[in-house]
Design a protein around this ligand. Structure first.
Ligand code: ADP
Length: 311
């Protein structure tokens, strides 16, 4: 594929998908490299599931191309699905089977062994008695846990997960995050969609933002976070100093002996400038990834950034 990096594990070139006259993805070009935890972030209806379903070969591109593990998504979808761990959005399970039977059935289909099942079930608190119950009696969270386990139980080199934490309670979300941390350490690649920024901030090496089917930006999370602003509050024993003596501080408000402002750029120079025996209190609060994104989009008032609640 043209311009594809040697270590690309997912590559799309001008990938476009229309449902009839509805454009769900437009000219999306993206490379995900081996060993990355890659977040695919966008509000509902942005085209995330369409992208993921196209990568797995469940949908065919209207235009453009995509490859997964070096295999073309149109001609090699069976092989891609065998090699990839996949969690569909809103997973439907076989209701008449028990959780364990579902996991057995799906791992057999992949022609592999369930190397990690016991560990994953343990971490997601899927006990033996729960696994022996029929899926029709499962709660939404239990179904989602089975979905996560089936996607990862055969220890795939690449996992593609559509909104993996949907329906998991906060404790189980944390358990899932820890599982992802381990996968990163082991050099596995994970591509997952989310509409929740803090989760992407916590987990990902890089993040792509999609809106209305168009790729808006791709960033390294670390770089975004390093560039982000920090909110600073200072309190002195005595009057606050002249703000113009404090480098990098903007939007300054002075209230007697208190001073608040936004720090952008280097922290060290600022800290040197405030060092004084009269300084009584200092808090520096980093802006969230959400704010870093909002800043990125500051020039585009129409930008519909995924919000904390995701809707
Ligand atoms: P996301 O996963 O980000 O929520 P989707 O990929 O599900 O977004 O949807 C992208 C767009 O395509 C939305 O406008 C959605 O309404 C539309 N869409 C999704 N599936 C279909 C379908 N089967 N037929 C027609 N339109 C669809």
């Amino acid at each position: 594929m043209e311009g594809m990096p040697a270590d690309a594990i997912i590559s799309t070139r001008a990938l476009t998908k229309h449902y009839g006259s509805v454009p769900a993805l437009t000219d999306l070009t993206l490379d995900v490299t081996r060993g990355e935890i890659f977040g695919f972030l966008g509000p509902n209806g942005a085209g995330k599931s369409t992208m993921i379903r196209t990568l797995l070969g469940f949908l065919h591109p209207t235009r453009g191309s995509a490859s997964v593990l070096g295999l073309d998504v149109v001609t090699s979808s069976v092989e891609i699905r065998r090699l990839t761990g996949y969690l569909p959005g809103g997973i439907a399970l076989y209701d008449a089977l028990t959780g364990e039977e579902v996991l057995d059935y799906l791992v057999d289909m992949q022609g592999r062994k369930a190397y990690r099942r016991a560990e994953l079930c343990d971490r997601l608190e899927l006990s033996g008695p729960v696994l022996r119950r029929r899926v029709r009696d499962y709660s939404r969270g239990m179904r989602q846990k089975i979905g996560v386990v089936q996607a990862l139980q055969h220890d795939p080199e690449l996992a593609i997960l559509d909104e993996p934490t949907e329906g998991l309670d906060p404790l189980m979300q944390q358990a899932f995050y820890a599982i992802l941390d381990d996968l990163r350490r082991e050099g596995r690649t994970v591509f997952f969609s989310s509409h929740v920024l803090p989760e992407v901030e916590r987990l990902c090496d890089r993040v792509a933002i999609i809106r209305g089917g168009t790729l808006m930006a791709v960033h390294e999370v670390g770089e975004l976070l390093a560039r982000r602003r920090r909110r600073v509050t200072l309190r002195w024993n005595g009057a606050a100093p002249d703000p113009s003596t404090l480098p990098g501080l903007e939007d300054v408000q002075v209230d007697g002996n208190r001073l608040m402002g936004t720090l952008s750029g280097e922290v060290a120079g600022f800290i040197r400038s405030i060092a004084s025996p009269n300084l009584e209190d200092l808090t520096i609060e980093p802006a969230s990834l959400e704010e870093a994104f909002l800043e990125y989009y500051a020039g585009d008032p129409a930008a519909d950034i995924p919000q904390r609640d995701g809707r």
